[in-house]
Design a protein around this ligand. Structure first.
Ligand SMILES: [Zn+2]
Length: 84
């Protein structure tokens, strides 16, 4: 049996063990789509929809890595004395 309690009341479902196990596996595998994980820069959990950390500005994901790569290359090229 499976009992679910919500603000609206209790509901009891009569289900077999295999269904309960399947539900447990499904719950275990569930991930909140609004949970975008932790920032690799500061460990914060406030990533916006662009995977941009609100706290330290770290970019995440493929686009963030590409942007960070170009920024580093541009900084390295500037550091090699192209100007001045
Ligand atoms: Zn951060």
């Amino acid at each position: 049996m499976l009992a679910v309690r919500t603000a609206l009341g209790d509901q009891v479902f009569t289900v077999g063990d295999h269904v309960v196990r399947a539900l447990c596996k499904a719950l275990d595998a569930y991930r909140d789509p609004d949970d975008r994980g932790e920032c690799i820069g500061c460990g914060g959990r406030r990533l916006d929809e662009n995977l941009h950390c609100v706290d330290c500005g770290q970019l995440h994901g493929i686009l963030g890595q590409v942007i960070a790569h170009h920024v580093r290359r541009a900084a390295a090229a500037a550091g090699e004395g192209g100007i001045g």
